[in-house]
Design a binder for this molecule. Structure first.
Ligand SMILES: [Zn+2]
Length: 228
């Protein structure tokens, strides 16, 4: 009997690894699958990821960070750079597990003249120097715009981007020629309601995520007025 066609072992390994990572993200409550979800844009989809929940379980984040660090272990890294709270938590875990013992720095996202921008605090500028080797870390890469800003910032400072590590990457995103390693590469199709196959099948629409966003306000607290 001749053996049947075999799948490429590397592809199988990637597939298995992705399944495990997806399962981990599901356990944090961040990833929802096999659903029929209304997105804030008004479009429908079958999968959804709540970005803010992705890094809420320290042991999962540490494990996932170590996988990213292992991937980039052959390259010397001086600095791990990220922006946004979720990415910063992950970047700490990556840096902790990387054999070069890189430092962790972060940028702040903002708007300037209606355009998005990223700035790094002046105190960090002596750490990101010309010829520094920088690993960029992101939690979820959806449009790639934040990563592009980070790449430009690093290059402006004369430093070098070693690569980009992330938990999740939408496969349709093009990044500017840097090596990208993502634990999950997955794009979920989104549909206009008129063309949605799930609507056609009569699957009930889950409006919970959109409703939650509208109904819930972020919790906040204010400093009391100083006593006179
Ligand atoms: Zn639908």
């Amino acid at each position: 009997m001749s053996p049947g066609p075999r799948k490429d072992p590397v592809a199988v390994e990637t597939e298995v690894r992705e399944k495990i990572h997806l399962e981990i993200l599901k356990r944090t409550g961040a990833y929802h699958a096999n659903d029929h979800v209304l997105l804030p844009s008004g479009q429908h989809t079958s999968e959804y990821i709540e970005k803010t929940l992705v890094t809420t379980e320290p042991s999962f984040t540490e494990g996932l960070g170590a996988v990213i660090a292992k991937h980039f272990a052959p390259w010397p890294v001086d600095v791990v750079l990220s922006t946004g709270p979720g990415a910063l938590i992950l970047s700490h875990c990556v840096a902790r597990a990387h054999p070069s013992r890189p430092v962790v720095v972060y940028g702040a996202k903002g708007l300037s003249g209606g355009k998005r921008r990223v700035t790094i605090p002046v105190e960090f500028q002596r750490l990101v120097r010309p010829a520094s080797k920088v690993l960029l870390i992101e939690d979820l890469v959806s449009t790639g715009s934040t990563i592009t800003l980070l790449i430009n910032l690093v290059e402006q400072l004369g430093a070098e981007v070693v690569g980009v590590g992330c938990l999740w990457r939408r496969t349709s995103v093009e990044l500017t020629g840097k090596p990208v390693f993502s634990l999950v590469s997955r794009d979920f199709p989104t549909y206009d309601p008129e063309e949605c196959p799930l609507c056609k099948k009569g699957v009930p629409l889950n409006e919970e995520f959109v409703r939650r966003r509208h109904a819930r306000r972020p919790s906040s607290v204010q400093e009391p007025k100083a006593a006179l």
